[in-house]
Design a protein around this ligand. Structure first.
Ligand code: PLP
Length: 400
């Protein structure tokens, strides 16, 4: 008989767990969308969003998921026939490239496989080979949510600079923002896209595009611009409705306000990055101790702090996901497009999401549930995983 008669937990890499305070903030009648509280609340979001992105430049809000932000970033900067260089380190860089292709942009792909980060030297080489500067921009993800690799964004900026190439630098932070350290301006990122349903802890349905003056120069000549995705009126509206090209996503804005209260005003972005570092180390320690699951990214310095992809050999991942969800109320992430032992196997990849609203109670609950699942299904595993995880949490307070 199932034990799942309590609060369920979603530990997938987005959507992430929504704080009760975010849900409560949304539980209200529709506000006036022409004057008053909502207008002020919306204005208050931008400084805090820019703090999360670590930028002083422009921020826009779209009523869309992350794919909408992808399209907005391309259409505001590119023209049909332009060429971009896309770094693929799992699933999501390819997804962004496919969208660019469908919009008529030519893509050059550097594919680094399913378990490695993008190699800066290869980026420099590709840009040096582009002697007539055809490549308009370099696109990458910070965290690839399929492989759980974290790309070294400052190193990739350095790689572009080393080639003395004028390409713009676009980064997808949909999985990583608010979890992995990210400093848009200091790291020389020209366009950054993200969504609200991962590190930003708000129900899916809003996305954000941040851009700087250099990207705005590209905007002037971009012939893929369309009225709805145009970032100018959204970033510099003369009338409130232009922020959203129509009716505001009223309740999402209330939810986001509360999420930013928690993340920016109460915890602070630096502390949130440090918390995610501790949470991710706890996950890795547990996985390594169990021994029956393998971390997809071997080098800890290249792992995401938002999601951990693990592999198995004998369908353990599929069995665990099923047991945890149905017997215990814990939903773990399915594998996404990774080839395992030469085959795509849903049952030998899984992803543990640890982004956003997460404290040791929730994390240890998830790890303890997986531990119980291993025992219940008699999957051979090392003991002491929870000890190893709690030791990492304790280190948060003993190591400065
Ligand atoms: C989730 C995710 C996306 C896609 O976002 P949607 O909201 O599902 O459109 C894109 N890139 C990365 C890195 C993601 O994690």
């Amino acid at each position: 008989m199932s034990l799942n008669f309590g609060r369920e937990q979603l530990s997938i890499p987005g959507p992430s767990v929504m704080p009760d305070r975010v849900l409560a903030a949304m539980h209200r009648p529709s506000p006036n969308i022409y004057e008053g509280e909502l207008i002020d609340l919306t204005a208050s979001l931008f400084p805090d969003l820019k703090t999360v992105a670590q930028t002083k430049h422009f921020a826009t809000i779209y009523i869309s998921n992350g794919h909408g932000a992808w399209e907005a970033a391309i259409s505001n900067t590119c023209s049909k026939g332009d060429t971009i260089l896309v770094l693929v380190t799992g699933r999501f860089g390819q997804g962004w490239a496919d969208m660019a292709t469908q919009l008529g942009v030519k893509t050059k792909i550097l594919d680094f496989g399913d378990s490695a980060d993008a190699d800066p030297a290869a980026v420099t080489k590709a840009l040096e080979d582009d002697t007539d500067h055809t490549i308009k921009a370099v696109f990458t993800v910070q965290t690839d949510t399929a492989s759980s690799v974290q790309n070294d964004i400052p190193a990739l900026r350095g790689a572009i600079d080393a080639a003395n190439h004028p390409a713009l630098f676009f980064v997808d932070c949909i999985a990583s923002l608010g979890c992995d350290r990210f400093e848009m301006d200091a790291w020389g990122v020209d366009v950054m896209v993200t969504g609200c349903q991962k590190g930003l802890m708000t129900p899916a349905g809003m996305s954000f595009v941040f851009f700087n003056d250099k990207a705005d120069v590209a905007y002037q000549n971009a012939d893929l611009k369309t009225p709805y995705w145009d970032w100018h009126p959204r970033a510099n509206p003369e009338a409130y409705y232009q922020h959203f090209c129509g009716t505001a996503p009223t309740h999402h804005l209330y939810g986001l306000r509360e999420a930013l209260n928690i993340l920016v005003l109460e915890e602070g972005i630096e502390a949130a990055w440090a918390r995610h570092q501790t949470m991710s180390r706890a996950v890795w320690a547990a996985v390594e101790t169990w021994g029956c699951l393998e971390l997809n990214i071997k080098d800890p310095a290249k792992r995401s702090q938002a999601v951990t992809t693990v592999l198995s050999k004998n369908d353990e991942c599929g069995k665990l996901r099923h047991w945890c969800e149905h017997q215990a109320g814990l939903t773990l992430g399915i594998g996404l497009g990774l080839a395992v032992q030469g085959e795509k196997s849903w049952n030998n990849v899984m992803r543990i999401g640890h982004m956003g609203h997460l404290n040791p109670v929730m994390l240890m609950g998830a790890l303890g549930t997986i531990d119980a699942g291993l025992k219940a299904m008699k999957i051979p595993h090392g003991s002491g995983a929870l000890d190893a995880a709690s030791a990492e949490i304790a280190k948060h307070f003993t190591e400065s």
